[in-house]
Design a protein around this ligand. Sequence first.
Ligand SMILES: [Zn+2]
Length: 271
Amino acid sequence: MPELPEVETTVRGLALFLDGQRITRVAQNRPDMRFPFPEGMVQALTGATVTSLGRRAKYGLIHTDRETTLIFHLGMSGRWRIDPEADEKHDHLVIETAANRFALNDPRRFGYVDLVDTAQLQDWPAFSVMGPEPLGEELSVEHLRAALKGRKQAIKLLLLDQRIVAGLGNIYVCEALFRAGIHPRKAGGLVYRPALARLVPAIREVLAQSIEDGGSTLRDYARPDGELGYFATRFDVYGREGEACHRCDDGIIRRIVQGGRSTWFCPSCQG
Ligand SMILES: [Zn+2]
């Protein structure tokens, strides 16, 4: 499942070819993905020029000179294919410029797109309730202190709440808590300032490291039939149950279930 670093890498990869380009053709190969394609999308995008690309949480943003923004979410299995030689099964949306062809491919179809007025972007339902970007300046010790104050729920679950921090998924919450030395079951309200002062940079570092890993694969996209969205990265705790801790001498990574999802952590480092 694409997490924030995969979406960021996808956006950067698309930007290499799409930024500043005029869209010459748009094709929908079916009426919907997870949700129906927005009405009038083909007309709205055909002939528009892409002015910039961006990301909010796990959503990619393609801004155009018609003051509209195409929002895309990769769902569970979505990816953009650049210059595919031919339409493949599951290429649901195809965008062409004079030089390139971009196909949004999603076998499981949990992904979706929407088209909104750029000026109203922050009012889009998912965005209107979202907390700060984890890589931005808005995510601070003060923000987390206020958001977590008095909360009895486990810090692991609170960090997955998009209203507290936008775009953090299971992998990166596990990795950030490990790096900050915070037990995943600790009540949010009991994670005090010194621990939060470790957590904020830990969140930035795990995401930045992964984006860097993804970025190092970006050169592959320059070849025909490049695929955006997935790359290998190295984790300290995620998926490493029973293995030795990378950081301490005697820790063995444990897996517990919180809110129906796995959490991996080192009982020695995260006391
Ligand atoms: Zn350890």
